[in-house]
Design a protein around this ligand. Sequence first.
Ligand SMILES: [Mg+2]
Length: 346
Amino acid sequence: MIEDKNQQKTELSDLGEFGLIDHLTRDFKIKQKSTIKGIGDDAAILSFKNKEIVISTDLLIENVHFDLSYMPLKHLGYKAIIVNLSDVYAMNASATQVTVSIAVSNRFPLEALEELYSGIETAAKIYNIDVIGGDTTSSTTGLIISVTAIGEIKDGDEVYRNGARPNDLLVVSGDLGGAYMGLQVLEREKEVFKVNPNNQPDLDSYTYIIERQLKPEARKDIIKLLKDLDVKPTSMIDISDGLSSEIMHICKQSEVGCDLYENKIPLDPQVISTCEEFNIDSTTIALNGGEDYELLMTVSQKDYSKLKGNPNFTVIGYMKEKAEGMHLVTRSEMKIPLKAQGWKSF
Ligand SMILES: [Mg+2]
């Protein structure tokens, strides 16, 4: 579906193992004060002075986590960084550095890796982080990308999953279900393309949800906004697996229950119309579709006035005593137990 317009193909073996990372990262600039030494030596050196250090790591495997038939390599590089930064922000921290390691089979020429790294560089620029190292090796099966994100946080600013208390507000940033519906559209077009390769897909009415799938953003802006509003959530998690399973993580670790209101779940109009087209229930998609990378948090009632009316936040429920359980309150005011189907890569 997405053709490789770059005709030049340089075999990776022409470059040699040691030259590859240096070549791919030659234009990367150091931006963070905490980066003392980046790429180019046996190891990187960082200095965080009196800050706490946050580390998160993630592994992405071709045909498990991504499909190159509709995922351009540049987008893949961008997304690989974003999904890791999202975990750092979910701790209420700022992201500062990443390491990127890849394993590639010889079906990838150098130009393909340059595409991948241009996406990585774009994310590094936009999110103001340094790429400080990594490794490349060969793979017999496909492309594997491992990213480790590093961040910093002032002692006391950390927000964990286990701090929610009964009566706290359950709050989410942005809207939900877009990435999953974008994936459904891309999967459908892939099937159409298999049957008729000359068919040019018309994706105009799906631009938002396709972008949510192919070029997601991490909510760095929400972490800043919370600071500006002087709101420290009592707990927080990023939504990578679907709202339902993330709520359950917070409830279990905080030992609380919750009521989630179906009619409060924020959905983009394009998610609603695409769900109608695919004959899928939009609530099910918001609860169980993955990869939205919004932030889910609980906030003390005393902070409600600071968030009220802010379009970046939606109050979708309340935390309860553990014994009251975890429920979805439907539009018809029925209470049904929350289930986590989640976004399972296994
Ligand atoms: Mg996470």
